[in-house]
Design a protein around this ligand. Structure first.
Ligand code: ADP
Ligand code: ZN
Length: 731
């Protein structure tokens, strides 16, 4: 028997798509992009229709219902989803679920469209009798069509006159969808393009030429901090819009980049282009509406974090990935994609220009540019001939601090405050102290669920795990030896803030880290206070290094460079160089030049030396040589398989069994298998974790080996789970 068959990607851990019969009642609306509920074994699941065709339907189960009334993505996205799923070896249905905003993914959060009543004068001539009705009708005849809510603000209490006009036929009543707009109550001064500097103009000309040429054009814009990359993005977008195509702008974290988003909105607001912001800080309803207006083709520019790479634009001309080196582009759980890499994939599939921007490109990106696989554009100087900040290392073996801050940095802070200029301090540890240490036995208090020490918070009188959020009051005695002397060891931002208050009693000091920015709007009000110069010294974790543009900041201090350099990760030097360069780049962006102090015990480390000299290329050369020696990215490709479960012995045994299965085929393919070994964080949220790392000099063998994973996963003991991370960033 033949009939309509839907190919459905079910949001479940399946290796393939499934076919379902489209029942008669759903035929008219079943098409690609629709969300459906389908039977799966003895339960039901959400799925996404990829294709509908006539075919044999014998034995097929029917689709139960359609969810929503319009497609969640256009047919052109299907190939992109398929390639992304294949690249990351992740189930297609789960890929699509991750790509869609929560309100559309078909879970428990299904969001409904909002509607509103609208009114319009009819063709009927003449006038009603009552003066209020006349007034109202006059108004309606002068406008196009008005929403009820709007009419009520112009004519308060007009409900009964309106009803009368509708009843007499003077006015037509209808309904339309009302989109939730998170920015409706925000007004912005319009902003126009500025005259670009010669260097900006040169870079822009290259981008423009690539746009004219068309096709897939990957480009890296390597511009030092404060070199004016954003202006180049803005003008490139105008070109894209002029050619009738759309632009997608990815930023690391919307909540942390309010300034960039405002600049985009100011430039394109006021009807020049419609712009949608997609991010997780929006309400479900706002995201649902923004997504659907993009899917309907009503939006020219989409700005969003990581997941916006899946925005359903259909005339994509350009993708910008700002701060492309940022690790937040990598999703840390579930479908572990990298938005920059998917942006390149999408650009290639849709023949778009992909512009990666950074002052500190990821070494993998820079290496590709050196190989000529990505065009290289450079802005080597700050705009308006502003100098790069002067970076000095403070050798902590010489200038030994009593507390956290060395004398040289203290002096600079005092002097900066006296001049009325702003300072920024980076310390990559939250809380008051990273350990509470027993003075008798030397034990640190640890999280009962994770293999990590508990952070001590003085203000809240609390110990907290920064991984699983376990909390407890500080005990009176050491749990190991009953000693009564528990001392905070090391320093976090809370303690630094306290030390600063003693050093600068008159200064206005604020702290920016995950603890002070948890509430909605808290980060934004800190940014606003910095802009208004209502803060003299801002203390914070790496959050303060990210893309902020405060012209009043002339002094930046890095309190502990060593804990960045000493991470057990082959990318530690790259991470440290990037973070230091980025935070240093916050200094001297305005009229006055900036100074940067970096406190360290490792003052001879090449990453620090290159940072002092603003020498990205020198750093890259040295670090790439080390990577090449070890066969690490970009000279090799990695896949990390992490096994986890409650019982350590079980996980270890499963990891060893897995290696035994993989070793033979891996050797045949020229893949190195490292491990199994406990993960750096060997226990997390009560689960023990083991990893094995697959390493190869090219990708195809890895991809080939990964096709075995579904079978191997099914062979794992019931209580052990495995995640596969392609191109891992954290290991
Ligand atoms: P980046 O993103 O490269 O760090 P920005 O785009 O934030 O740099 O630019 C740094 C500062 O210089 C901003 O305050 C910006 O308004 C200003 N700026 C950029 N281009 C120009 C220009 N052509 N003329 C004057 N000021 C500019
Ligand atoms: Zn924990």
């Amino acid at each position: 028997m033949s009939g309509l068959v839907a190919e459905v990607a079910v949001a479940a851990p399946l290796d393939r798509t499934l076919s379902y019969l489209v029942p008669e009642a759903l035929v008219s609306n079943a098409r690609c992009g629709m969300r459906v509920r389908v039977p799966l074994g003895r339960r039901t699941a959400t799925g996404y229709v990829l294709d509908v065709q006539t075919g044999a339907v014998d034995g097929l189960k029917p689709v139960i219902e359609l969810l929503g009334s319009e497609p969640a993505f256009p047919p052109a996205m299907v190939d992109f989803f398929r390639r992304a799923a294949a690249y990351y070896q992740y189930p297609l249905g789960e890929v699509i679920r991750t790509a869609l905003p929560a309100g559309l993914s078909g879970g428990n959060h299904e969001v409904k469209a909002l509607t509103e009543r609208i009114y319009q004068a009819s063709e009927m001539v003449g006038m009603p009798r009552g003066p209020r009705q006349r007034e109202l009708l006059d108004y309606l005849r002068g406008v196009d069509c008005v929403a009820r809510s709007e009419l009520l603000t112009v004519f308060p209490n007009c409900q009964s006159s309106l009803r009368a006009l509708v009843d007499q036929g003077f006015v037509l009543e209808g309904q339309r969808e009302r989109l939730r707009d998170p920015f409706s109550d925000m007004t912005l001064a319009a902003d126009t393009s500025v005259d670009m500097t010669d260097r900006q103009a040169e870079v822009f000309a290259s981008i423009d030429a690539a746009l004219q040429q068309g096709g897939f054009q990957p480009m890296l814009l390597h511009g030092v901090t404060g070199s004016g990359k954003t202006e180049v993005y803005l003008q490139a977008i105008e070109q894209v819009l002029r050619s009738g195509r759309q632009a997608l702008v990815l930023v690391p974290e919307i909540a942390l980049t309010p300034q960039l988003v405002s600049r985009f909105r100011a430039r394109f607001a006021g009807g020049r282009a419609s712009l949608a912001v997609l991010h997780s800080g929006l309400s479900l309803g706002e995201r649902f509406d923004a997504w659907r207006s993009v899917a309907r083709g009503e939006v020219d520019i989409v700005i969003g974090a990581r997941s916006a790479v899946f925005a359903p634009l259909q005339r994509l001309g350009m993708v910008i990935v700002d701060e492309e080196h940022e690790s937040s582009y990598k999703q840390g759980d579930g479908f572990r994609y990298h938005a920059r890499d998917l942006a390149l994939m999408r650009g290639q599939m849709e023949q778009a220009l992909v512009l990666l921007g950074s002052a500190t490109p990821a070494l993998t990106t820079y290496h590709r540019a050196c190989q000529g696989k990505i065009a290289y554009l450079e802005l080597p100087q700050r705009v308006m001939s502003r100098p790069m900040p002067e970076v000095e290392l403070i050798d902590l073996t010489q200038d030994r601090p009593e507390g956290i801050l060395a004398q040289a940095l203290k002096d600079a802070l005092v002097a900066n405050l006296e001049r009325g200029e702003q300072s920024l301090l980076l310390l990559n540890r939250r809380g008051f102290a990273p350990y509470l240490l027993c003075a008798d036995c030397g034990e640190a208090l640890r999280c009962p669920h994770c293999d990590i020490t508990l952070t001590f918070y003085l203000g809240q009188k609390e110990l907290r795990c920064n991984y699983c959020d376990f909390r407890q009051p500080p005990p009176d005695q050491c749990p190991a030896c009953q000693g009564a002397d528990l001392l905070p060891e090391g320093a976090g931002t809370e303690k630094l803030e306290q030390e600063l208050q003693e050093l600068l009693p008159t200064a206005r000091i604020a702290r920016m880290d995950r603890d002070t920015t948890g509430r909605k709007g808290a980060h934004q009000s800190l940014v606003a206070a910095m802009e208004k110069r209502a803060i003299d010294v801002l203390v914070g974790t790496q959050m303060v290094a990210k893309g902020l543009d405060f012209p009043g900041v002339t002094l930046v201090g890095v309190v502990q460079a060593d804990n960045l350099l000493n991470l057990p990760d082959f990318r530690a030097a790259e991470r440290a160089f990037t973070l230091l360069t980025q935070v240093a780049g916050r200094a001297g962006r305005g009229e006055r030049p900036g100074r940067v102090f970096v406190q360290t015990y490792a003052h001879e480390h090449f990453a620090l030396d290159c940072c002092v000299r603003h020498d990205y290329v020198g750093f890259a050369r040295e670090e790439l040589a080390l990577r090449q020696e070890l066969g690490y990215p970009p000279f090799g490709f990695l896949v990390n398989c992490v096994l986890s479960g409650a019982v350590r012995e079980q996980v270890e045994a499963a990891a060893e069994a897995l290696v035994a299965e993989l070793l033979g085929p891996a050797m045949d393919l020229g893949i190195e298998v490292l491990g199994p070994a406990p993960c750096p964080l060997a226990r997390l949220r009560g689960k023990s974790r083991y990893q094995l790392l697959l390493k190869a000099s090219t990708r195809p063998p890895l991809r080939h080996l990964l096709t075995r994973m579904p079978v191997l996963r099914r062979a794992l003991p019931g209580k052990v789970t495995m995640t596969v991370d392609v191109d891992p960033l954290d290991m």
